[in-house]
Design a protein around this ligand. Structure first.
Ligand code: IMP
Length: 436
């Protein structure tokens, strides 16, 4: 048995959805532990594409227990919609497989409106948020104003909290953000009705996860976003409002750190970022366009074109340390096919000084120059390759360089959207090499 945490190692969109979907085959329980509907985990099965925002991707597998932990800020409007859609498409037939922490805080409509209005006010300095109300919802949690799921089923508490919140939010929305406020009755009626629809999923999820661990079950903790979007360790303030590093799995799921056995980092074979903020290896040229078009680099949640650039080992090394990665999964290697030369960023320079570790200063993050190692690319289509030894030599060399630079072994390689386009060299749920 093992507990494995899967996290993104760059700025999100590393292809976690597909890798988590594959690893779900080896787990009994799948847990989302942070973020909210800002996430967009894409899973492709045959001709069907699913984009999960709040439901663990494991929901496509029958009989797997899917849990949303207290570290997630839950948007009940989006959740009900997501549940309806997945059910309509013939999945999630048994309501008992989904459990949501009663301690999870809710995203309210005023959070979304504040998020969007604030971004507008920031103008050129906007963060580029997904507009899903994530920052304002986490702010309320930390300032002890938040409304939790468990409050939804207690009329007196819900009324009292909603009244108190609306007094403050309406004042802020109308007087500072020059936007519209909300009527109590409208929100009250909407959320009480939502409460009735989702109360069947509410549970003490920390207890259930810990019991599953004690029973020897395999647990997969599914992170959202990526290491460089972590509110403590990322490119602050151009980050999301939760901790995206592996340690967050313990807090957001309610398990102790010694319960975690392994941590797998998902890494794209190049780098992308959506929204504002520093991006040292960004390519504003034909190669950037090649990566965007061939890689389908458009936001799963917002549809925005993603910024694209070379693989940055300084960024991934930062995530290796912050999350204590024990394994890597490399995605979208196929997208690099057809490039004559491929560059890998090994360090930065700033004012003639060499920088080996990701800097904290926003100025240095913005103004540093990447130092590259260059290798030749490959022409062959690798999207159906099943064995490492059948990859072109230059692709093998690329993987070796990445492993050496970041100091973590590659366990899985993804060569396309389909489940079958994956090489599993080692399974993080087992210690031994997989036999194919
Ligand atoms: P927020 O999480 O909506 O507040 O957005 C803050 C920053 O995180 C923005 O740059 C977003 O584009 C980015 N972000 C949030 N969620 C994701 C994600 O799932 N993938 C990639 N970027 C994300």
């Amino acid at each position: 048995m093992a507990s494995v945490v899967v996290v993104g190692t760059q700025w999100g969109d590393e292809g976690k959805g597909k890798m988590v979907d594959l690893l779900t085959g080896f787990a009994h329980v799948i847990v989302r532990f942070q973020g909210g509907s800002n996430a967009g985990h894409t899973v492709v099965i045959g001709d069907d594409t699913f984009i999960f925002h709040q439901l663990p991707s494991g929901i496509l597998h029958e009989q797997k227990r899917c849990i949303v932990g207290s570290g997630v800020v839950l948007d009940p409007v989006n959740l009900v919609e997501e549940i309806r859609e997945v059910k309509e498409r013939g999945y999630f037939k048994d309501d008992r497989v989904l459990l949501i922490s009663e301690e999870a805080h809710m995203v309210m409509p005023y959070h979304k409106r504040i998020d969007v209005a604030r971004e507008k006010k920031r103008g050129a300095h906007k963060i580029g948020t997904t507009g899903r109300g994530i920052g304002p919802a986490y702010e309320d949690k930390m300032s002890r104003m938040g409304i939790r799921l468990v409050d939804l089923v207690d009329d007196e508490i819900f009324r009292e909290k909603l009244e108190r919140n609306l007094e403050e939010k309406n004042f802020y929305l109308v007087n500072y953000l020059q936007d519209e406020g909300f009527s109590f009755k409208e929100l009250y009626d909407q959320y009480r009705a939502l409460g009735e629809q989702i109360s069947c999923y509410m549970a003490n999820t920390s207890l259930i996860i810990n019991q599953a661990i004690e029973q020897g079950k395999d647990i997969l903790f599914e992170g959202a976003q990526g290491g460089l979007l972590d509110v403590d360790h990322g490119t602050y303030p151009y980050v999301t409002s939760s901790n995206t590093v592996a340690g967050s799995a313990c807090v957001g799921a309610g398990v102790g750190p010694v319960r975690i056995d392994r941590v797998m980092g998902i890494t794209k074979a190049y780098t992308t970022r959506v929204g504002g903020g520093p991006f040292p290896t960004e390519l504003d040229d034909a190669i950037g366009n090649h990566l965007r078009e061939k890689g389908g680099e458009y936001g799963a949640t917002t549809g925005r074109p993603r910024r694209c650039g070379w693989f940055d080992a300084v960024v991934v090394k930062h995530s290796v340390r912050m999350s204590g990665l024990t394994a890597l999964a490399l995605t979208k290697l196929d997208v690099l096919q057809g490039l004559e030369k491929i560059k890998i960023c090994t360090s930065y320079t700033f004012k003639d000084k060499k920088i080996q570790e990701f800097p904290a200063s926003l100025r240095i993050q913005n103004e540093c120059e990447p130092v590259y190692e260059e290798i030749s690319g490959w022409e062959e289509n690798i999207s159906t390759v099943k064995d490492m030894s059948d990859l072109p030599l230059n692709a093998q060399k690329y993987l070796k360089i990445i492993e050496q630079l970041v100091g973590v072994e590659i366990y899985m390689i993804s060569l396309g959207n389909e489940r079958s386009q994956t090489m599993m060299l080692k399974n993080p749920f087992y210690r031994t090499r997989e036999t194919r």
